[in-house]
Every structure is written in C-alpha cells, then in structure tokens.
Design a protein around this ligand. Structure first.
Ligand SMILES: NC(=O)c1ccc[n+]([C@@H]2O[C@H](COP(=O)([O-])OP(=O)(O)OC[C@H]3O[C@@H](n4cnc5c(N)ncnc54)[C@H](OP(=O)(O)O)[C@@H]3O)[C@@H](O)[C@H]2O)c1
Length: 241
C-alpha cells in the first residue's frame, strides 16, 4: 500500500488532501499539532470508511518535535510515497512592525520544518514525491503579512534546492493556492471582496487543490515546479496591503 504523510491535516486544506489521498488508496499519516481531537476524529472517520490512517503529532516550530514526527511515522511504516507539507502559521504584521520572534516563528514552521522533514524522509521516498504548499502571493508582496510572506519565499527557495538535491530519486514540487478558504475568523464578506481581484472571478475549490496534488504525484518528469491554483491572481502582480 502506498503511504503518505500530510502535515497540518486536521483541518481545512490539509484535511481535504489527507481525505483525498485516503480515498485514493493511500495509508495516510495525519499530522496535527493543536487540533489533536480533530486529527483523531479524521483518522477515526477514515478508518470507519475502510481506509488506513493514523495520527502523528508535533509542534513544527521545535526541531526535536520535527524529529519525533519522523520517528512516529517510521514506527508505523518503513517508507513513504508522498510527503505533503501543508501546515503553516499565518499572522498579520509588517516589515516595520514584526519582531525577531515573529520572523523566526514563521520561518521555523513554514520553511525550516519542511526542510527537516524532507531531509529525514528523503532516503525512504524512493520514486516518491514531496509536495509543498506555498501561496500565490509568493511572487508579489504581501505587506500585511510580511514575516509570513518572507517565510513562504524561503520555502519557495527550499523547494527548488530540494528538487535538485533529492533528484533523481525524489521529486519536489509546490502548489501555490490563491483564494481557496478565507483566513481563520474571516468569512464570506472577505471571499466576496477578494473574488473581484481574481481574473477568473471566483474562489477555488478543495477539489481543484486535490487535482493539482494528483498531477504532481503522477507526472514523473516534473520537479522543482510550482502550480498556481489561484484563478490567475498571481498574474496581476500586486502589492497586497
Ligand atoms: N487557505 C487558503 O486559501 C490558502 C491560500 C494561500 C496559501 N495557502 C497555503 O496552503 C496551506 C494550507 O492552508 P490552510 O488555510 O489549510 O492552512 P492553515 O489552516 O492556516 O494551517 C494548517 C495547519 O497548520 C498547522 N500548524 C500551524 N502551526 C503549526 C506548528 N507550530 N506546528 C505544527 N502544525 C502547525 C495547524 O495544525 P493544528 O490545527 O493541528 O495546530 C493548522 O491547522 C498553507 O501552507 C497555506 O499557507 C492557503
């Protein structure tokens, strides 16, 4: 059976990808941090549906916890076919206001932890694939989430570096979502406002994210690539602020 680890899988996009992979026949390691109850409930519902799944926990801002996530996975399975790195921290700040701790917090979770997990699993991913979640704003400038933005730029660089370093055994690609789900605490009004900025004039769906995951898993001649699933939003090259 093919095996996948999805980080940040208890909720939202990570949950949709984990569910999709389970429905596609993967054994899925559902990583969660604070949402342990939701992660375990997802594992329970996948198992009830006849799928194979287990939960792993850990704070991605802590290097030892990252190593422990690896250990938790490897006690259950000796190899991985797919590593999906969806977990992310996202808070508002600006270049002029963010503290060293804000920047460090974003870069640790959004770029260093995925690098540590990718390195740790590289030797167990023969013929496998790593998929990173960037953000369509990575090519623009998100002035209202400056330390998050910088961390995703680092993650973009990490993706390209790993694509070279882990070839030919492992392919490393990214998905850059646009308007898929509103940030936590924001609802339909946010989506309606942001839709107007999207060339395709709509919000993307979780199924459209999963289609990109399927393409990146299936196409063996694609590495170091980023697919923008954003209705063309990145083409407008804007200052978000
Ligand atoms: N939603 C969108 O429309 C959109 C747009 C652009 C880019 N993206 C990118 O797509 C990915 C998924 O988006 P999303 O909206 O589903 O993400 P999200 O809800 O912001 O975060 C996903 C998960 O990340 C985990 N996480 C945060 N800090 C962590 C830490 N210190 N250690 C371990 N896990 C941690 C959380 O897990 P727990 O709850 O278990 O703590 C959280 O549920 C992210 O990388 C995001 O940047 C999403």
């Amino acid at each position: 059976m093919r095996t996948a680890l999805v980080t940040g899988a208890a909720r939202r996009i990570g949950r949709a990808v984990a569910t999709h992979l389970a429905n596609s026949g993967f054994e899925v390691a559902v990583h969660c941090h604070r949402s342990v109850a939701e992660g375990e409930a997802l594992v329970g519902s996948l198992q009830e549906a006849g799928h194979s799944a287990f939960a792993v926990t850990g704070d991605l801002s802590d290097e030892h916890a990252c190593q422990n996530i690896v250990a938790q996975v490897l006690t259950r399975t000796k190899h991985l076919d797919v590593l999906v790195q969806s977990a992310s921290t996202f808070t508002e700040d600006s270049v002029m206001s963010f503290s060293y701790a804000d920047l460090e917090g974003h870069i640790k979770v959004n770029a260093f932890a995925p690098l540590i997990l990718a390195r740790a699993f590289a030797g167990r991913l023969h013929g496998g694939s790593i998929i990173h979640f960037l953000d369509s704003r990575v090519v623009d400038y998100d002035a209202q989430h400056a330390s998050y933005h910088l961390s995703k730029r680092v993650f973009d660089a990490v993706t390209r570096m790993l694509a070279v370093e882990l070839a030919p055994d492992v392919r490393v690609n990214a998905i850059a979502p646009g308007l898929i789900l509103p940030p936590k605490g924001l609802g339909n009004a946010y989506v309606e406002m942001r839709k107007q900025e999207v060339p395709l004039k709509r919000q993307g769906t979780l199924d459209e994210i999963c289609l990109a995951v399927d393409f990146l898993m299936a196409n063996g001649f694609v590495t170091g690539q980023t697919i923008f699933v954003d209705g063309g939003r990145h083409l407008k090259g804007a200052f978000y602020g």
